[in-house]
Design a protein around this ligand. Structure first.
Ligand SMILES: [Mn+2]
Length: 346
């Protein structure tokens, strides 16, 4: 279906040929493969995947499989095209120069935004895969809470390994490197999980599973030891703001309207919310819709993840992956508890 939609776009824009060169997640979008090396060409009436001999031989509906030649030009000399679509987001300068040599008379247009738009409206099949990835993620989190109470996990890395083991045991991959931040480390939104010993205070977790190429994304905060009044207050504030933000999702509303509202509701803590409110999720962990520019559309899957980061003290972020069907919003990571869990220090 998506291939047909894209072909009719090429026709309407009078683009003779789209050329996608790996690594490009759009190749995965059309073929369901993650090839080590490949070129995908799409015209208004055909699609061809040039696939390396090193990858598994395969058949794909409506896509002809060809053997990939080492040199880019050897794959493309048989094509004739005046107007060529490329993905400027990932095409290397080197390959772009080569394409200009192979097609000296052609003009090149960027097809990235059309691909992003197409991918941002999830099919039933896409939704099923992301739902499954989210289910594995929430299961791993709920198991982690039990495991932490046993006191066997001593460091950030051990917590990350535990989550990753539970994800991989269920046949999934990781959507991105797991973030585990203990104590002060939680104040760094993209903290790199370390061998730091778990200590009293917030324990920030940001992780996700990938099921059949489709990602999930979730952040939760636990507390090791007993939180003081200020810590409890900040957690409750953030949770309330996050839940109200989810309720504000409506068709055609600009995403940034929700972002702006969240900052108002955070009050004096707004200046400690140092990133955007969320992002689209799919084959890529960050993809369209883009909060700063897009409106909410039916079929989109995206995160809502406000955070408060007090430098050198602590930080917290609560994040869910959501699906909007045009009328209602479904929280795909809902079964991972959000009320603050306090756990005895190991
Ligand atoms: Mn995220």
């Amino acid at each position: 279906m998506s291939l047909e939609t894209f072909k009719s776009y090429l026709l309407s824009e009078r683009i003779d040929l789209a050329i996608l060169i790996s690594p490009d997640s759009n190749i995965t979008y059309f073929t369901s493969l993650v090839p080590t090396q490949a070129i995908l060409t799409i015209s208004k009436n055909s699609a061809k995947l040039h696939l390396s001999l090193l990858d598994k031989k395969t058949k794909i509906k409506d896509i002809e499989i060809k053997e990939l030649s080492k040199k880019l030009e050897d794959n493309l000399t048989s094509y004739k095209a005046k107007k060529i679509g490329i993905n400027k987001e990932v095409l290397t300068v080197k390959d772009y120069e080569k394409l200009n040599e192979i097609f000296p008379k052609a003009s090149f247009v960027d097809i990235k935004s059309k691909l992003s738009e197409l991918r941002s409206r999830k099919s039933e099949e896409n939704l099923e895969k992301i739902t499954k990835a989210c289910r594995i993620t929430t299961t791993a989190f709920n198991l982690l809470i039990q495991e932490l109470t046993k006191g066997n996990l001593k460091t950030e890395q051990e917590v990350a390994f535990y989550l990753e083991k539970e994800i991989k045991n269920r046949g999934a991959e990781l959507a991105f490197p797991t973030i585990v931040g203990t104590g002060r480390n939680s104040a760094v939104p993209h903290h790199i999980t370390s061998t730091a010993k778990l200590q009293k205070g917030f324990l920030q977790l940001d992780f996700g599973a990938k099921w059949q190429n489709y990602c999930s994304d979730m952040s939760r905060v636990l507390y090791l030891g007993k939180p003081n009044k200020e810590e409890l207050k900040i957690y409750q504030l953030l949770l309330g703001v996050q839940e109200r933000a989810i309720e504000q999702v409506r068709a055609e509303k600009p995403y940034k309207e929700i972002d702006t509202k969240v900052r108002k509701q955070l009050g004096k803590y707004a200046k400690y919310f140092i990133h955007g409110l969320g992002h689209g999720v799919g084959i890529d962990i960050h993809e369209a819709p883009v909060y700063s520019q897009d409106r909410i559309q039916s079929g989109q899957i995206f995160t809502i993840e406000p955070g408060i980061y007090l430098p050198n003290k602590f930080g917290l972020r609560i994040e869910d992956t959501l699906y909007f069907d045009g009328i209602k919003t479904t929280n795909l990571t809902n079964s991972a508890t959000k009320s603050l869990k306090t756990i005895r220090r190991p």
